[in-house]
Ligand binder design. Structure first.
Ligand SMILES: CC(C)(COP(=O)(O)OP(=O)(O)OC[C@H]1O[C@@H](n2cnc3c(N)ncnc32)[C@H](O)[C@@H]1OP(=O)(O)O)[C@@H](O)C(=O)NCCC(=O)NCCS
Length: 324
Protein backbone atom coordinates (compact mmCIF):
# COMPACT_ATOMS: atom_id res chain seq x y z
CA UNK A 1 0.00 0.00 0.00
CA UNK A 2 1.32 3.38 -0.99
CA UNK A 3 0.02 6.82 0.01
CA UNK A 4 0.51 9.72 -2.41
CA UNK A 5 -1.09 12.94 -3.61
CA UNK A 6 -4.29 12.54 -5.57
CA UNK A 7 -5.16 14.74 -8.54
CA UNK A 8 -8.34 15.50 -10.46
CA UNK A 9 -7.56 12.45 -12.61
CA UNK A 10 -8.30 10.34 -9.50
CA UNK A 11 -11.60 12.10 -8.74
CA UNK A 12 -13.84 9.51 -10.39
CA UNK A 13 -12.22 6.62 -8.50
CA UNK A 14 -12.24 8.51 -5.21
CA UNK A 15 -15.91 9.31 -5.61
CA UNK A 16 -16.78 5.67 -6.35
CA UNK A 17 -14.81 4.60 -3.28
CA UNK A 18 -16.47 7.28 -1.16
CA UNK A 19 -19.94 6.08 -2.16
CA UNK A 20 -18.94 2.52 -1.31
CA UNK A 21 -17.13 3.36 1.93
CA UNK A 22 -20.01 5.37 3.36
CA UNK A 23 -22.48 2.48 2.89
CA UNK A 24 -21.48 1.29 6.36
CA UNK A 25 -22.32 4.72 7.73
CA UNK A 26 -25.62 4.82 5.80
CA UNK A 27 -26.57 1.52 7.42
CA UNK A 28 -25.44 2.67 10.86
CA UNK A 29 -27.61 5.79 10.71
CA UNK A 30 -30.35 4.27 8.57
CA UNK A 31 -29.89 7.22 6.26
CA UNK A 32 -28.78 7.00 2.65
CA UNK A 33 -28.79 10.74 2.21
CA UNK A 34 -25.58 11.42 4.13
CA UNK A 35 -23.72 14.26 2.33
CA UNK A 36 -20.74 12.08 1.24
CA UNK A 37 -23.21 9.78 -0.54
CA UNK A 38 -24.77 12.69 -2.40
CA UNK A 39 -21.53 14.29 -3.53
CA UNK A 40 -21.25 14.43 -7.34
CA UNK A 41 -18.20 14.46 -9.54
CA UNK A 42 -18.53 18.19 -10.20
CA UNK A 43 -18.63 18.88 -6.41
CA UNK A 44 -15.59 16.74 -5.86
CA UNK A 45 -13.63 18.28 -8.74
CA UNK A 46 -14.37 21.74 -7.34
CA UNK A 47 -12.87 20.64 -3.99
CA UNK A 48 -9.51 20.11 -5.67
CA UNK A 49 -9.32 23.90 -6.02
CA UNK A 50 -8.68 24.58 -2.35
CA UNK A 51 -8.03 21.18 -0.77
CA UNK A 52 -5.18 18.73 -0.78
CA UNK A 53 -6.11 15.13 -1.47
CA UNK A 54 -4.29 11.92 -0.61
CA UNK A 55 -4.94 8.47 -1.97
CA UNK A 56 -3.92 5.04 -0.68
CA UNK A 57 -3.19 2.68 -3.58
CA UNK A 58 -2.84 -1.08 -3.55
CA UNK A 59 -2.35 -3.09 -6.75
CA UNK A 60 -3.22 -0.04 -8.90
CA UNK A 61 -6.52 0.44 -7.08
CA UNK A 62 -7.43 3.38 -4.88
CA UNK A 63 -8.44 1.81 -1.57
CA UNK A 64 -8.39 4.90 0.62
CA UNK A 65 -8.45 8.67 0.55
CA UNK A 66 -8.64 11.79 2.68
CA UNK A 67 -8.59 15.52 2.03
CA UNK A 68 -7.75 18.62 4.02
CA UNK A 69 -7.36 22.37 3.89
CA UNK A 70 -6.03 25.03 6.20
CA UNK A 71 -7.75 28.23 7.31
CA UNK A 72 -5.70 30.36 9.66
CA UNK A 73 -4.09 28.03 12.16
CA UNK A 74 -6.61 25.24 11.68
CA UNK A 75 -6.43 22.34 9.26
CA UNK A 76 -9.84 20.81 8.50
CA UNK A 77 -9.64 17.10 7.69
CA UNK A 78 -12.50 15.64 5.65
CA UNK A 79 -13.81 12.40 4.16
CA UNK A 80 -11.38 9.85 5.50
CA UNK A 81 -12.34 6.67 3.64
CA UNK A 82 -10.99 3.14 3.36
CA UNK A 83 -12.40 0.38 1.18
CA UNK A 84 -14.58 -1.92 3.37
CA UNK A 85 -12.39 -4.94 2.45
CA UNK A 86 -9.22 -3.17 3.54
CA UNK A 87 -10.23 -1.88 6.96
CA UNK A 88 -8.59 -2.64 10.30
CA UNK A 89 -5.12 -2.74 8.77
CA UNK A 90 -4.02 0.71 9.83
CA UNK A 91 -4.73 2.41 6.47
CA UNK A 92 -7.11 4.97 7.98
CA UNK A 93 -4.51 5.76 10.63
CA UNK A 94 -1.79 6.20 7.99
CA UNK A 95 -3.95 8.47 5.83
CA UNK A 96 -4.87 10.68 8.75
CA UNK A 97 -1.27 10.94 9.95
CA UNK A 98 -0.06 11.72 6.42
CA UNK A 99 -2.62 14.43 5.76
CA UNK A 100 -1.70 16.09 9.07
CA UNK A 101 1.93 16.15 8.01
CA UNK A 102 1.00 18.09 4.86
CA UNK A 103 0.03 21.03 7.07
CA UNK A 104 3.13 21.66 9.20
CA UNK A 105 2.07 25.19 10.12
CA UNK A 106 -1.34 24.10 11.43
CA UNK A 107 -1.50 24.34 15.18
CA UNK A 108 -4.90 22.71 15.34
CA UNK A 109 -6.68 19.95 13.39
CA UNK A 110 -10.44 19.61 13.21
CA UNK A 111 -12.75 16.93 11.84
CA UNK A 112 -16.16 15.49 12.54
CA UNK A 113 -17.98 12.19 12.49
CA UNK A 114 -21.28 10.81 13.75
CA UNK A 115 -21.71 10.05 17.43
CA UNK A 116 -22.60 6.44 16.65
CA UNK A 117 -19.41 5.86 14.65
CA UNK A 118 -17.58 4.56 17.68
CA UNK A 119 -14.61 3.05 15.87
CA UNK A 120 -14.02 6.32 13.97
CA UNK A 121 -14.09 8.17 17.28
CA UNK A 122 -11.66 5.64 18.76
CA UNK A 123 -9.31 6.10 15.81
CA UNK A 124 -9.37 9.87 16.18
CA UNK A 125 -8.91 9.72 19.95
CA UNK A 126 -5.96 7.41 19.51
CA UNK A 127 -4.38 10.07 17.30
CA UNK A 128 -4.94 12.80 19.88
CA UNK A 129 -8.32 14.25 18.89
CA UNK A 130 -10.88 15.26 21.51
CA UNK A 131 -14.58 16.05 21.09
CA UNK A 132 -15.39 19.70 21.59
CA UNK A 133 -18.87 20.16 20.09
CA UNK A 134 -21.97 18.12 19.28
CA UNK A 135 -24.40 19.15 16.57
CA UNK A 136 -27.69 17.31 15.98
CA UNK A 137 -28.51 17.06 12.26
CA UNK A 138 -31.76 15.09 12.44
CA UNK A 139 -33.38 12.43 14.64
CA UNK A 140 -30.84 9.81 13.59
CA UNK A 141 -27.63 11.75 13.18
CA UNK A 142 -25.71 13.86 15.64
CA UNK A 143 -22.28 15.04 14.57
CA UNK A 144 -19.38 15.16 16.97
CA UNK A 145 -16.69 17.72 16.14
CA UNK A 146 -13.23 16.76 17.28
CA UNK A 147 -10.01 18.71 17.46
CA UNK A 148 -6.38 18.23 18.17
CA UNK A 149 -4.15 21.06 19.25
CA UNK A 150 -0.48 20.77 18.54
CA UNK A 151 1.56 22.22 21.35
CA UNK A 152 4.52 23.51 19.42
CA UNK A 153 7.15 23.64 22.08
CA UNK A 154 7.62 21.46 25.10
CA UNK A 155 10.51 21.08 27.52
CA UNK A 156 10.84 17.96 29.65
CA UNK A 157 12.52 18.56 32.99
CA UNK A 158 13.16 16.37 36.00
CA UNK A 159 9.73 16.60 37.63
CA UNK A 160 8.05 19.01 35.26
CA UNK A 161 7.10 19.57 31.67
CA UNK A 162 6.83 23.04 30.17
CA UNK A 163 4.47 23.74 27.28
CA UNK A 164 4.80 27.03 25.41
CA UNK A 165 1.59 29.01 25.22
CA UNK A 166 0.12 29.23 21.73
CA UNK A 167 -2.85 31.28 20.56
CA UNK A 168 -5.13 28.24 20.95
CA UNK A 169 -3.88 27.42 24.44
CA UNK A 170 -4.24 31.01 25.62
CA UNK A 171 -7.75 31.18 24.16
CA UNK A 172 -8.62 27.84 25.75
CA UNK A 173 -8.05 29.40 29.17
CA UNK A 174 -11.55 30.86 28.87
CA UNK A 175 -12.75 27.37 29.75
CA UNK A 176 -10.60 25.45 32.22
CA UNK A 177 -11.98 22.08 31.13
CA UNK A 178 -10.90 22.81 27.58
CA UNK A 179 -7.50 24.03 28.74
CA UNK A 180 -7.09 20.74 30.60
CA UNK A 181 -7.94 18.77 27.48
CA UNK A 182 -5.46 20.76 25.42
CA UNK A 183 -2.69 20.35 27.97
CA UNK A 184 -3.76 16.78 28.80
CA UNK A 185 -3.53 17.81 32.42
CA UNK A 186 -5.63 18.45 35.50
CA UNK A 187 -6.24 22.17 35.89
CA UNK A 188 -6.80 23.14 39.54
CA UNK A 189 -9.92 25.21 40.16
CA UNK A 190 -7.85 28.12 41.48
CA UNK A 191 -6.07 28.61 38.10
CA UNK A 192 -4.73 31.14 37.09
CA UNK A 193 -2.13 32.30 39.58
CA UNK A 194 -2.60 35.89 40.84
CA UNK A 195 0.40 37.20 38.84
CA UNK A 196 -0.62 35.43 35.66
CA UNK A 197 -3.83 37.43 35.40
CA UNK A 198 -6.14 38.26 32.53
CA UNK A 199 -4.10 41.33 31.49
CA UNK A 200 -0.97 39.21 31.20
CA UNK A 201 -2.83 36.57 29.21
CA UNK A 202 -4.31 39.15 26.83
CA UNK A 203 -0.84 40.60 26.31
CA UNK A 204 0.60 37.16 25.50
CA UNK A 205 -2.32 36.48 23.19
CA UNK A 206 -1.62 39.69 21.26
CA UNK A 207 2.09 38.94 21.05
CA UNK A 208 1.74 35.38 19.70
CA UNK A 209 -1.17 36.30 17.40
CA UNK A 210 0.87 39.06 15.78
CA UNK A 211 3.98 36.93 15.46
CA UNK A 212 3.86 33.13 15.68
CA UNK A 213 7.66 33.15 16.15
CA UNK A 214 7.03 34.66 19.57
CA UNK A 215 5.73 31.31 20.83
CA UNK A 216 8.19 30.36 23.57
CA UNK A 217 8.90 34.03 24.36
CA UNK A 218 5.70 34.50 26.34
CA UNK A 219 4.22 32.11 28.91
CA UNK A 220 5.03 28.44 29.32
CA UNK A 221 2.57 26.31 31.26
CA UNK A 222 4.29 24.38 34.06
CA UNK A 223 2.95 20.84 34.39
CA UNK A 224 3.85 18.60 37.31
CA UNK A 225 4.27 14.96 36.33
CA UNK A 226 3.84 12.21 38.90
CA UNK A 227 4.81 8.53 38.84
CA UNK A 228 1.45 7.56 37.40
CA UNK A 229 1.90 9.94 34.46
CA UNK A 230 -0.76 12.19 35.96
CA UNK A 231 -0.15 15.76 34.86
CA UNK A 232 -1.20 18.82 36.82
CA UNK A 233 -0.96 22.45 35.81
CA UNK A 234 0.91 24.17 38.65
CA UNK A 235 2.02 27.54 37.28
CA UNK A 236 3.54 29.59 34.50
CA UNK A 237 7.00 30.83 33.63
CA UNK A 238 8.36 32.80 30.69
CA UNK A 239 9.02 36.19 29.18
CA UNK A 240 6.91 39.14 28.01
CA UNK A 241 7.97 38.81 24.38
CA UNK A 242 10.93 38.34 22.03
CA UNK A 243 14.33 39.87 22.94
CA UNK A 244 14.27 43.62 22.24
CA UNK A 245 16.83 45.58 20.20
CA UNK A 246 19.33 45.33 23.09
CA UNK A 247 18.85 41.57 23.38
CA UNK A 248 16.90 41.96 26.63
CA UNK A 249 13.89 40.00 27.85
CA UNK A 250 11.81 40.53 30.97
CA UNK A 251 10.73 37.35 32.69
CA UNK A 252 8.12 36.27 35.20
CA UNK A 253 7.05 33.10 37.01
CA UNK A 254 4.34 32.11 39.42
CA UNK A 255 2.88 28.98 40.96
CA UNK A 256 -0.50 28.26 42.41
CA UNK A 257 -0.32 28.55 46.22
CA UNK A 258 -0.61 24.83 46.91
CA UNK A 259 2.56 24.10 44.90
CA UNK A 260 4.88 26.57 46.63
CA UNK A 261 8.00 25.53 48.54
CA UNK A 262 9.02 22.49 46.53
CA UNK A 263 11.53 23.96 44.11
CA UNK A 264 9.20 23.83 41.11
CA UNK A 265 9.68 27.49 40.18
CA UNK A 266 13.49 27.15 40.30
CA UNK A 267 13.36 24.05 38.10
CA UNK A 268 10.90 25.63 35.65
CA UNK A 269 12.84 28.88 35.37
CA UNK A 270 16.07 26.96 34.77
CA UNK A 271 14.36 24.98 31.99
CA UNK A 272 13.03 28.13 30.36
CA UNK A 273 16.40 29.92 30.60
CA UNK A 274 18.24 26.98 29.05
CA UNK A 275 15.80 27.11 26.15
CA UNK A 276 16.03 30.92 25.81
CA UNK A 277 19.84 30.98 25.99
CA UNK A 278 20.02 29.13 22.70
CA UNK A 279 18.83 32.29 20.99
CA UNK A 280 22.01 34.14 19.91
CA UNK A 281 20.27 37.53 20.10
CA UNK A 282 19.57 37.10 23.80
CA UNK A 283 22.03 39.04 25.96
CA UNK A 284 20.29 39.96 29.18
CA UNK A 285 17.42 38.62 31.27
CA UNK A 286 15.67 40.98 33.66
CA UNK A 287 13.24 40.20 36.49
CA UNK A 288 11.38 42.50 38.83
CA UNK A 289 10.30 41.37 42.27
CA UNK A 290 9.66 42.85 45.71
CA UNK A 291 12.05 42.86 48.69
CA UNK A 292 9.63 40.95 50.93
CA UNK A 293 9.14 38.10 48.44
CA UNK A 294 12.03 36.00 49.74
CA UNK A 295 11.10 32.76 47.95
CA UNK A 296 10.86 34.63 44.65
CA UNK A 297 14.29 36.22 45.21
CA UNK A 298 15.75 32.79 46.00
CA UNK A 299 14.41 31.41 42.69
CA UNK A 300 16.31 34.17 40.87
CA UNK A 301 19.49 33.79 42.91
CA UNK A 302 19.55 30.04 42.43
CA UNK A 303 19.38 30.68 38.69
CA UNK A 304 22.34 33.05 38.76
CA UNK A 305 20.54 36.42 38.81
CA UNK A 306 22.16 39.35 40.58
CA UNK A 307 20.38 42.32 42.12
CA UNK A 308 20.85 45.32 39.84
CA UNK A 309 18.73 48.17 41.20
CA UNK A 310 15.15 49.34 41.42
CA UNK A 311 12.38 47.79 39.37
CA UNK A 312 9.73 49.45 37.22
CA UNK A 313 6.91 49.25 39.76
CA UNK A 314 7.10 51.39 42.87
CA UNK A 315 8.90 49.54 45.66
CA UNK A 316 10.10 46.73 43.38
CA UNK A 317 13.69 45.63 42.92
CA UNK A 318 15.36 44.41 39.78
CA UNK A 319 17.55 41.36 39.15
CA UNK A 320 19.61 40.67 36.05
CA UNK A 321 21.30 37.76 34.39
CA UNK A 322 23.86 38.41 31.66
CA UNK A 323 23.76 35.63 29.09
CA UNK A 324 26.47 36.84 26.73
C1 LIG B 1 -13.06 5.34 9.30
C2 LIG B 1 -12.24 4.47 8.37
C3 LIG B 1 -11.56 5.38 7.36
C4 LIG B 1 -11.17 3.72 9.20
O1 LIG B 1 -10.28 3.05 8.31
P1 LIG B 1 -9.36 1.83 8.76
O2 LIG B 1 -8.33 1.64 7.70
O3 LIG B 1 -10.18 0.67 9.15
O4 LIG B 1 -8.65 2.44 10.08
P2 LIG B 1 -7.50 1.74 10.95
O5 LIG B 1 -7.20 0.39 10.41
O6 LIG B 1 -6.35 2.69 11.03
O7 LIG B 1 -8.16 1.64 12.39
C5 LIG B 1 -9.42 0.97 12.55
C6 LIG B 1 -9.33 -0.15 13.56
O8 LIG B 1 -8.48 -1.19 13.09
C7 LIG B 1 -7.54 -1.51 14.08
N1 LIG B 1 -6.31 -1.95 13.38
C8 LIG B 1 -5.40 -1.18 12.77
N2 LIG B 1 -4.42 -1.94 12.27
C9 LIG B 1 -4.75 -3.20 12.55
C10 LIG B 1 -4.14 -4.46 12.28
N3 LIG B 1 -3.00 -4.53 11.60
N4 LIG B 1 -4.75 -5.57 12.71
C11 LIG B 1 -5.91 -5.51 13.41
N5 LIG B 1 -6.54 -4.35 13.68
C12 LIG B 1 -5.97 -3.23 13.26
C13 LIG B 1 -7.35 -0.23 14.81
O9 LIG B 1 -6.79 -0.43 16.10
C14 LIG B 1 -8.76 0.25 14.89
O10 LIG B 1 -9.42 -0.50 15.89
P3 LIG B 1 -10.62 0.02 16.78
O11 LIG B 1 -11.75 0.36 15.82
O12 LIG B 1 -10.96 -1.11 17.65
O13 LIG B 1 -10.11 1.23 17.51
C15 LIG B 1 -13.12 3.43 7.66
O14 LIG B 1 -13.81 2.67 8.62
C16 LIG B 1 -14.15 4.02 6.70
O15 LIG B 1 -13.88 4.25 5.52
N6 LIG B 1 -15.39 4.24 7.21
C17 LIG B 1 -16.48 4.78 6.39
C18 LIG B 1 -16.31 6.24 6.11
C19 LIG B 1 -16.19 7.03 7.38
O16 LIG B 1 -16.94 6.85 8.31
N7 LIG B 1 -15.21 7.94 7.40
C20 LIG B 1 -14.99 8.80 8.51
C21 LIG B 1 -15.81 10.00 8.31
S1 LIG B 1 -15.59 11.10 9.62
Amino acid sequence: MNVSHATTGDAQDILALQHLAYQTEAARYDDDTLPPLLEHLADLLARFGDRRFLKAVEADQIIGSVRGYQEGDTCFVERLIVHPDCRRQGIGTTLLTEIESLFPTARRFELFTGTKSESNIRLYERLGYRAFRHEPVNEMVTLVFMEKVVPRLTIRLNRLELIAATKELLEAEEDLERLGEYLRADVPANWPTPLYDNDARQHFLRVVSENPDAVGWTAWYILLLDDTEKRTLVGAVGACGLPDGDGKIVIGYSLLDQFHGQGYATEALRGFLNWAKREPLLRKVVADTFPHLTPSIRVLEKNGFIRSGVGTEEGSIQFQLWVR
